[in-house]
Write a protein that binds this ligand. Structure first.
Ligand code: NAD
Ligand code: IPM
Ligand code: MN
Length: 382
């Protein structure tokens, strides 16, 4: 029998803001317990970055910390973002920076219904098992944007970005007449970016035993940006994956179809922005954001985090559902080669949901078990 290659792994972790630390505490305990059953220790290296750290120190994410993280086997993150800090500063400064710096070009977001978890649209006994493969480094997220100050002659902003595989430098210049305030944000999809995410989507479909990838698009309204992504994806599928089929869905219609029939789709290949939106919709259809796990995957450091954010509306109340973070921990374990431990975590979550009485279930599913109580119940089944 072959066991894991190493018996010790180092995992960086940013618990972050709001419910982030609450769910990450639980996810760490459960991942550690499952790994330890398989004779493996996880050394968690915790970093304080997030809103309180920023407010007290003015530090967002130092390069020295990123260099250390890069030496770890994987990373986990709770959530970043707080009403205390203007939107975008920390989300871009920490979360997106990590995705970009480590070139985590895949955002893997499975959407699976779970036993006894109520869904807003009845599944009538069917199981929802779909996955968003989201391009994670480009599109409207590239970061070239500016609010125009009408006291100036024109809007002028410079671009200087590094991505895995390319550097992009340039300048955006816009003048408007008559002068009036406006804002502009530019999106970019490269052939390189669209090709590599399409390959990942095709491999995912193959691993699932499927022969179809749905390309999520909006080529009707933005033919340059999304038509290009779509055509590039089709080209890769047709030329590199014999037997693999593609179909396309405009993102607006896809949302409609998903709500009407949540089990109709398998692999959804999305440009960055649509992948963000569709994965929250999928999470809602599968039972709640508290169920939806995710991974930011690249060829270097990969980072695992739930789909949800810091949920300031419930932070500190104990109402956070930790299952998304626990299942993100399972994705992390599988990624570092601990498939058995990952399976153990996933089985424990299912076992807990199959057996626990209503009162012992997360608030999100109509129960009244706190975040840590849910964690204790899952831990017992590891
Ligand atoms: P959100 O995902 O934090 O919350 C949306 C809704 O879902 C809220 O009503 C919340 O209570 C609920 N919810 C989320 N996770 C839950 C859980 N585990 N259990 C039970 N209910 C849960 O989205 P938002 O309100 O748009 O964002 C809040 C903050 O989080 C913002 O600062 C945003 O930028 C940030 N954010 C961060 C990430 C991340 O770090 N990956 C992701 C999304 C949003
Ligand atoms: C997510 C989040 C982030 C995104 C935000 C916080 C920048 O919504 O991880 O889904 O848009 O990717
Ligand atoms: Mn999101």
């Amino acid at each position: 029998m072959s066991g894991p290659e190493k018996n010790k792994f180092t995992v960086a972790v940013i618990p972050g803001d709001g419910i982030g630390p609450e769910v990450i505490t639980v996810a760490k305990r459960i991942a550690s317990a499952a790994a330890s059953k398989d004779g493996v220790a996880i050394d968690w290296v915790e970093y304080p970055f997030g809103a309180s750290h920023y407010v007290t120190t003015n530090e967002i994410l130092p390069e020295s910390a990123m260099a250390e993280m890069g030496d770890c086997d994987a990373m986990m993150l709770g959530a970043i973002g707080s009403p205390q800090v203007k939107p975008g500063i920390l989300e871009r400064g920490i979360l997106l920076t990590l995705r970009f710096v480590f070139d985590q070009y895949v955002n893997l977001r499975p959407a699976k219904s779970l036993p006894n978890v109520p869904t807003p649209v009845p599944l009538c006994g069917a199981v929802m098992d779909s996955v968003v493969i989201r391009e994670n480094t480009e599109d409207l997220y590239m970061g070239l944007g500016e609010v125009y100050d009408p006291s100036l002659d024109k809007l002028e902003t410079r671009l200087d970005l590094e991505r895995g595989g390319y550097s992009l430098r340039g300048r955006l210049e816009l003048s408007i007449s008559p002068k009036m305030p406006f804002a502009a944000q530019v999106a970019l999809n490269t052939k390189h970016g669209a090709e590599r995410i399409t390959r990942y989507a095709c491999e995912t479909a193959r691993d699932r035993g499927e022969n179809r990838v749905t390309i999520v698009t909006k080529s009707n309204a933005a033919p340059a940006l999304y038509g290009y992504f779509e055509d590039t994806a089709k080209g890769v599928i047709e030329s590199e994956y014999p037997g693999m089929k593609w179909d396309t869905a405009n993102v607006d219609a896809l949302c409609y179809h998903l709500v009407r029939n949540p089990v109709a789709y398998g692999v959804l290949l999305c440009p960055n922005l649509f992948g963000d939106i569709v994965s929250d919709l999928q999470a809602g259809l599968a039972g709640g954001l508290g169920t939806a796990a995710g991974g930011n995957i690249g060829d270097g450091l990969s980072m695992f985090e739930p789909v949800h954010g810091s949920a300031p509306d419930i932070a500190g109340s104990g109402r956070a559902n930790p299952i998304a973070a626990i299942l993100s921990g399972a994705l992390m374990l599988r990624h570092i080669g601990l498939a058995d431990s990952a399976g153990n975590v996933e089985r424990a979550v299912r076992g807990y949901l199959e057996r626990s009485p209503q009162g012992e279930r997360p608030f999100e599913f109509g129960g009244n078990a706190s975040c840590s109580r849910v964690g204790d119940a899952v831990l017992k089944l590891i």
